[in-house]
Design a protein around this ligand. Structure first.
Ligand code: GLA
Length: 384
């Protein structure tokens, strides 16, 4: 880490946390790198079923996504319909015949992990039963079913205190005795960057992503402000990926994926992996870009240069003392963008490798420039 970056990290952490001593980060041993997987919501909404989940698990294996690191298969809203007389949550028996346990077993048999969605309030966003008042029984039920990841939303939570409600579920999960990644989804409305690190493994920083360029870059601008609080065990979550859902061009999706990786964001695919095109697959399984996201240093990248409005340079320090760099062109014209070694805190010659074309670009000194497509990104690894 460069001295400048380390200084900014300290300064930012103090500013974001208000200078007060904060409780130690959650240490449940999970999410040492940003979680990777798939979630049903962005593509399927409420149209979830056991069959979809089984076919998705199969496709994640067959496409090479599992081998690229995608692990958690998460069913979002609408799997639950009621509580039984003992207060236990009940899955939709028409869509999930046999319930969740056999489905979790199937997912595990593929060497994948299984996740579910709930809501900290009285109901989920789609009006299904929420966890409020049932934290312990829900955490126990999920542990019995073999759940490895829980996303907890924030609908129908009027009058509730977000840090307290999420802490309640964190404690219930710990008591249930199964390692379960805890994904906080309260959209950034109660400053989760301040209490998320001691409460969950990831916390949404913004409202929902849409499958549109303007939505994606709006989220980047908001979420990246909180970069300094994230690290191994606790990550800012700028929401799930839209790659392959059809609302952006392939260049825009490559930029989306590059930016999520440079921010060290969770990489939760949100497309139909059973029918994706070869181009979508190649974006999602780009191992060199994924390696930046999953780098063991766990330092989220930041915006380091804005040569002119709409042209940006993002950089992320890596464990091997290299830097990942995204040259990000937000404009509608192809343009050359330059990153200077000064902005990266490095000196002398450095090797440059293109992470989308998988080619070595030789050694540069002082700066590196490349043409960047309109609404697109070039991503390189710079090794001093
Ligand atoms: C909220 C969340 C989304 C999704 C939906 C489901 O909008 O932010 O990610 O979980 O609810 O209803």
């Amino acid at each position: 880490m460069s001295a400048r970056y380390a200084f900014l990290v300290c300064l930012g952490a103090v500013a974001l946390l208000g200078g007060a001593a904060s409780p130690p980060p959650l240490d449940n041993g999970l999410a040492r790198t940003p979680p990777m997987g798939w979630n049903s919501w962005n593509h399927f909404g409420c149209d979830v079923s056991a069959q979809l989940i089984r076919e998705t698990a199969d496709a994640i294996v067959a496409s090479g996504m599992r081998d690229a690191g995608y692990q958690y298969i998460v069913i979002d809203d609408c799997w639950q319909v009621a509580r039984d007389r003992s207060g236990r949550i009940v899955a939709d028996s028409a869509r999930f015949p046999g319930g969740m346990k056999p489905l979790a077993d199937y997912v595990h048999s593929k060497r994948l992990k299984f996740g579910l969605y709930t809501d900290a309030g009285r109901q989920t966003c789609q009006g299904r039963p929420g966890t409020y008042g049932s934290e312990e029984v829900d955490a126990r039920t999920y542990a019995e079913w073999g759940v490895d990841y829980v996303k907890e939303d924030w609908c129908h939570a009027e009058g509730l205190d977000a840090p307290a409600q999420y802490a309640k579920f964190r404690d219930a999960l710990a008591k249930a005795g199964r390692p379960i990644v805890f994904s906080i989804c309260e959209w950034g409305s109660n400053h989760p960057w301040a209490w998320g690190p001691h409460t969950g493994n990831l916390w949404r920083t913004t409202g929902d992503i849409g499958d549109r360029w303007a939505s994606m870059i709006g989220i980047v601008d908001l979420s990246s402000q909180y970069a300094l609080v994230a690290g191994p065990g606790g990550w800012n979550d700028p929401d799930m990926l839209e790659v392959g859902n059809g609302g952006m061009t392939d260049d825009e999706y490559r930029a989306h994926f590059s930016l999520w990786a440079i921010m060290a964001a969770p990489l939760m695919a949100g497309n139909d992996v059973r029918t994706m095109s070869a181009t979508t697959r190649d974006i999602l399984v780009n191992k060199e870009v994924i390696a930046v996201d999953q780098d063991s240093l766990g330092a989220p990248g930041m915006l380091v240069q804005t040569p002119v409005p709409d042209l940006q340079v993002w950089a992320k320090p890596l464990a091997d003392s290299g830097r990942a760099v995204v040259l990000f062109n937000r404009s509608a014209l192809q343009t050359v963008i330059t990153v200077s070694w000064r902005a990266l805190g490095i000196r002398g010659p450095a090797r440059v490798r293109d992470l989308w074309n998988h080619t070595d670009l030789g050694t540069s000194t002082g700066r590196f420039s490349a043409p960047v497509p309109a609404h697109g990104a070039v991503m390189v690894r710079i090794s001093p």
